[in-house]
Structure formats: C-alpha cells, structure tokens
Design a protein around this ligand. Structure first.
Ligand code: FAD
Length: 299
C-alpha cells in the first residue's frame, strides 16, 4: 500500500492519468494503452472521476482492478458534485477496502446546463477533510497555474488553493504551456507558507483544433506555440496531422525539460488514454527504463 506522499519524500515521481472506459471500444483502447505504458514503470497512475456520479462504479472498478491485477500504484479521483456526504464516505470506505490509499480530492463541475453546484460538499477542501476523517489516504488536490476559470481574481484563488494544499499532501496542476506559469504558482504558494510538492500536469497539443477547448479549461496557449503548430501543418502537405502532432510533442518535451531543470518534484502526464505522445516524451527525456542510460532512481 504505497502512498504517493511517501514516494515524493524519496524523489521525483513520473505518473500517468487515465479515464475509466464507458464502453467495450474504450475498454479495448485502455488495455492497449496500458500494454504500451506499463513498461515505462510509472510511479503511480491516476483514474479520473468521469462524468459525475455515474463514474462511481467505473472509477472504483478500474482502480481496484489495477491494484489487483498489475504492479501499478493507482490513485482514485473523487468529486464533491452531485454526491451526499454519506455517499462520499461510502465511496472512500470502498476504496480503502479495495486497498486503494491514494486519493485526488476535487470539487468537480456541475453537470452541463446547470450553473449551480449541487451536492452536500461545495469545495474540494471539504472532501480532503472527510477523507482525513476516514483516514489512511495520501491526498492530492488540483491546482490551476493560471487561476481557476471561475475565479473572480487570482489572489483569492491562490489563497483558497493554499488553504486546501496546507491540509492535503500534494497538488497536481491543470496543464499549462509556459514554465513561468508553474514557477509563479509555486512561488505564490511558498509566499503563503505552503511548500508541499506541486506536480506539473503535462498535455502535449496534438491537434490545432484542441486549442479552443484547452483555453476554456483555464490554460492559455502562447501565440508562438500556435504559430509553430500552424507552420508545422502548412509545411507538410503529405502528413499535416502528423506534423502538428510531432511539433506538439517537441514543445511538450521542451517544457518538461525546463520544469525538470527548475527542480519540479515530478511530471504527471495527461494521457487521454493514448500512449504515443507519452512514450515519445519519455524517450526524448531519457526516462524510459528500457533504454535510459541513467535510469531515474525511482525505477
Ligand atoms: P475547489 O478547490 O473547490 O475550487 C473551485 C473554485 O472555488 C476555485 O475557483 C476556488 O478558488 C474556489 N474556492 C475554493 N475554496 C473556496 C472558498 N472557501 N470560498 C470561496 N471560493 C472557494 N473534474 C472531474 O469531474 N473529474 C476528475 O477526475 C477531475 N480531475 C482533475 C484533475 C486535475 C489535476 C485537475 C487540475 C482538475 C480535475 N478536474 C476533474 C476538474 C475540477 O473538478 C474542476 O476544475 C473544478 O471546477 C474545480 O475543482 P477543484 O478541486 O479545483 O475545486
């Protein structure tokens, strides 16, 4: 029962995020992705709580299944939205019974079309407190380098984050594309007296069409990055899609290297249940345990 907080005390972690499949096709895709990514020996893998309360069984089954059938260390995501306090406590107890000791405690978003959060708990910090009352969890929370999209101002957003992270063990960030955004987050938290590990979340942009949706999730894509992606698309008449993907991965590698050089406590990859980009970034950073000349001490 390895806790992520214990791993982080020993050194860097390199982790992957998956979402629980909703149908047979997604299940088959996840099996293929796990087959490709397990050899990279991630420090832990996280499983999202996808689509509100209907994720309860799917997320539980995937983390429990990974725990039982693989050597992977899973972390379950859980959201406050749309659950009673009792339901959340039951979910947490079920996770403990399945031997899952790592939890990502999240506020969650109201279902599409609803502008008001509902559920008995409003903020992620309340879920952190509930999980702590049950006991035995290493608890991560979400951090937004550029502020939560719904926040009225950065100052209060940082204050709420600091309050939440003071209680939790570590944070994982929303994806971002400039190292300065991560450094500003870490510095602001430090100024508020919070120096817990903050794991940068990494998402390579693999399609120009995804730039719009990325922005709505609180991350700005720098114009020079969009220009590089457009140039890649325009310069390859044979395979513009592949060229954009390669450019996106190249820029993600550069960001990861800068973050590692700045001393970040690890990297968390948003895999979107695909494997190519993560494998290529691992290879470029010399993190692949099969080929690395200087394997990371965590492997
Ligand atoms: P909170 O910490 O509760 O913050 C939400 C907002 O409330 C912020 O604007 C904050 O500043 C404000 N706030 C906090 N405390 C207070 C207070 N006391 N008073 C007033 N305002 C306050 N969503 C899913 O549905 N499933 C997932 O699996 C999932 N995984 C995620 C993983 C990561 C790494 C990240 C970064 C996000 C993830 N999300 C997921 C999205 C997340 O649920 C949303 O961003 C959600 O809107 C906020 O969640 P939070 O945990 O940051 O909430």
């Amino acid at each position: 029962m390895t806790q992520i907080s214990e791993m982080l005390k020993k050194g860097r972690t390199f982790s992957f995020e998956f979402f629980p499949p909703k149908n047979d096709e997604e299940q088959a895709q996840l099996v293929r992705v796990l087959h490709d990514l397990v050899p990279l020996s991630p420090s832990f893998v996280s499983v999202t709580y996808r689509g509100g309360r209907s994720s309860r069984k799917r997320t539980h089954d995937l983390v429990a299944g990974l725990k039982q059938t693989t050597a992977l260390i899973p972390m379950a995501h859980l959201i406050c939205v749309d659950h009673t306090r009792l339901e959340l406590a039951e979910i947490l107890l079920d996770l403990r019974k399945a031997g899952v000791v790592n939890l990502m405690a999240l506020g969650g978003d109201p279902p599409k079309g609803e502008d008001q959060k509902y559920g008995e708990l409003t903020y992620a910090i309340e879920l952190v407190e509930l999980a702590q009352a049950i006991g035995g969890f290493s608890i991560g929370v979400a951090a937004q380098p550029q502020g939560h999209p719904d926040s009225s101002d950065m100052e209060s957003d940082r204050r709420h984050l600091a309050e939440k992270l003071r209680k939790a063990d570590f944070a994982i960030t929303q994806f971002f594309f400039e190292v300065d955004h991560y450094m500003a987050l870490v510095d602001d938290l430090s100024a508020l007296g919070v120096d817990k590990p903050v794991l940068p979340g990494i998402l390579p942009i693999e399609r120009l069409s995804s730039v719009g949706s990325i922005k709505t999730m609180g991350a700005s894509v720098p114009p020079k990055m969009i220009e590089k992606l457009e140039n890649a698309q325009n310069s390859s008449s044979k395979d513009p899609t592949g060229a954009v993907k390669r450019a996106g991965i190249e820029m993600a590698v550069e960001l990861c290297q800068k973050l590692l050089d700045k001393g970040c406590p690890g990297l968390h990859f948003y895999t979107l249940n695909r494997s190519t980009a993560t494998r290529e970034i691992y290879d470029a950073l010399n993190l692949n345990p099969a080929t690395s000349e200087t394997p990371n001490s965590n492997f």
